[in-house]
Design a protein around this ligand. Structure first.
Ligand SMILES: Cc1cc2nc3c(=O)[nH]c(=O)nc-3n(C[C@H](O)[C@H](O)[C@H](O)COP(=O)(O)OP(=O)(O)OC[C@H]3O[C@@H](n4cnc5c(N)ncnc54)[C@H](O)[C@@H]3O)c2cc1C
Length: 331
């Protein structure tokens, strides 16, 4: 493996923008992500949802925003290593070696943009659950088209559950929400909108069994109060009862961590020299977990990494609109 100027750990929106900005500053870049595709939460958790707070985009689908960030980063040809988890960080004479599950990645500086860390969905805890994943059971929605004409049960009472119920309603044959209470964590507006669509509700119910020879065809719902249960036919079960996330191995790198986040200074520098943290993973007074704020953090961290490697370089690179390298617009 060649030693690169910067290794970006986490190819979510913030890491992708860091990769773009580092490329723009003439740095060699490697992105490492444990997921099989780039885009972080945008791609993995809510690809079909609209995002309304991106500067310049009144509304943009999360998957389209991810596509744009991926294309923008690709302009400077970063090396992309997917399905690879950064497990260790070893200092060496020229910087660090990021130790992955499969390989070792030498680098001069590191930008950690690992979000909430590697995340995994909270499961129902029902017998045989894993066997139905991809055969009717999912923990999110990758493509609405997969639910066309299907009888869908959405489990959960939070924003994600209600958002999926609203989004799937136009394509599915039917959508019903299963929730263990009659109170919802979801935003009032969304609850009102979903009720207005005529989505059905199974309240005070939990899923206790899954049925189907191969593909899912029905579930057993148990009443949390009376303990009575009954079988409900369905073709798709979308489980939205939360995500567990953990920084995992990153916690052992010698970084200062508070509440599962990496503590940084005003330049997004961690306590380890040449290691920066940006986006959801970092913590400082006034931190807001938004894409719009995270990409700004990434630009600053990249510029500080640049001046660390080349003290003659200016911190502020100038405006992209004035740079010769952008004289042509990619097709
Ligand atoms: C349902 C939902 C709706 C949202 N809506 C909005 C919105 O409207 N506007 C907005 O601004 N924000 C929104 N957000 C928040 C936004 O998605 C996050 O702030 C953003 O994704 C953070 O970007 P990030 O790049 O820091 O981290 P992430 O997107 O979490 O990406 C981190 C990446 O790091 C990888 N990773 C983690 N650990 C390792 C490791 N050890 N090795 C290799 N890779 C690793 C992960 O696989 C992941 O791909 C929403 C979030 C959710 C869940």
């Amino acid at each position: 493996m060649d030693r690169v100027d910067v290794t970006v750990i986490g190819g979510g929106p913030v890491g992708l923008f860091a990769a773009f900005y580092a490329g723009m500053r003439g740095m060699s870049v490697r992105i490492v992500d444990s997921l099989p595709e780039l885009g972080g939460q945008l791609t993995a958790l809510y690809p079909e949802k609209y995002v309304y707070d991106m500067p310049g985009f009144p509304a943009v689908l999360a998957k389209d925003l991810a596509r744009g960030l991926i294309d923008q980063a690709a302009r400077f040809h970063p090396e992309v290593v997917l399905d690879e988890t950064a497990e260790g960080l070893e200092p060496d004479f020229e910087g660090y070696t990021v130790v992955g599950r499969r390989d070792r990645y030498p680098t001069r500086t590191v930008i950690v943009s690992a979000g909430a860390g590697a995340f995994s969905p909270t499961k129902l805890g029902v017998e045989g659950e894993d066997g139905y994943v991809g055969r009717g059971l999912s923990y999110g929605v990758k493509s609405k088209a997969d639910f066309e004409g299907k009888r869908v049960l959405v489990v959960g009472g939070g924003d994600s559950a209600f958002d999926w119920a609203e989004n799937l309603h136009p394509v599915a044959a039917s959508v019903e929400i299963v929730h263990r209470r009659d109170q919802f964590r979801a935003h009032e507006e969304t609850v009102r909108a979903v009720r207005g669509l005529g989505v059905g509700f199974h309240l005070f119910k939990v899923v206790t069994a899954l049925h189907g020879d191969g593909d899912l065809t029905a579930v057993t719902l148990e009443d949390t109060q009376t303990k009575e249960s009954g079988e409900i036919p369905c073709d798709a079960l979308v489980v939205n009862i939360g995500f567990k996330s953990s920084l995992g191995p990153i916690k052992d790198w010698g970084l200062v961590i508070e509440k599962n986040q990496v503590v940084v200074d005003h330049g997004y520098r961690t306590n380890l020299p040449g290691v920066f943290a940006v986006g959801d993973v970092c913590s400082f007074d006034g931190k807001i977990k938004l894409i719009a704020t995270g990409v700004g953090e990434a630009a600053t961290a990249v510029c500080l990494a640049k001046t660390r490697l080349d003290p003659t370089a200016k911190l502020f690179p100038g405006h992209s609109s004035d740079m010769d390298q952008f004289a042509t617009v990619p097709g």
